[in-house]
Design a protein around this ligand. Sequence first.
Ligand SMILES: [Zn+2]
Length: 286
Amino acid sequence: MPPDPFFAGPGLDRADHLRANPAAISALAAHAEARALAWDNGAPALDPDGRLAWQAIEGEPELFLGLDRDAPRFSALPDGAVPIDARAHFTLLTMLRTDEAPTFAAALSLANWHRRHGFCSVCGTGTAPNRGGWSRACPSCGAEHYPRADPVVIMLAEHDGRLLLGRQPHYPPGRYSALAGFVEPGETIEAAVARELFEEAGIEVRDTRYIASQPWPFPSSLMIGTHATAIGDSLTIDHNELDDARWFTRDEVLSALAGESAAPFQAPPHSAIARTLLEHWVDGLK
Ligand SMILES: [Zn+2]
């Protein structure tokens, strides 16, 4: 059985019932085992073993991340804008332990939302963190705003035993991966899969099936992994979106997943749900 997606998992106990109770949050922040997440260069800091780095609490941090068994976990809002150096993030992900990844994703996505949503979308007034950081409240019009996760479909299209994979311009040399795109307002997952595959590769699909999902905290997406059956294999590639797209056989995908030097492409990294989808496909989509 292939492993679960990298960022998927229970993470901390989010203890939603405590968030609306400021006295309870203050008591948790004063708990002897309470710790605050350390940040480095706009992202959660890691120790040399790839674990999240925690430090003693000063004051009452804005974000209550949850409970690690009985130990409260907080974070101050990191300074500055959302960092845009994706390559630095991906280097970090090669070090991050799998069992720490869900908490990393939750903390970074939540912090990214705060960093980008400082003003009320109703009236434009500056807002303040509320509910242990799981909302922001407007002091002027009273609106309460909740953190967003933006749905993204990512899909394997299959035709006659071969899979369609593509290259985005920023990928490392040789990398091919599953095609993906944001779900638009008013769309189902199936409609978004069909639209993105037609826009980017010119193919029509049927029988879209959900496989797995994972959060992706750059800045705050939910990746919805699917498999669809292509009606034909003739490609019309949108070169504004993709450098290339091609069909690959099961043996070629197996070779890439094994990291063989003769593989026809470089598989996506372990942190990408595209790799999980490929592992499920070669395993028979169980
Ligand atoms: Zn407002």
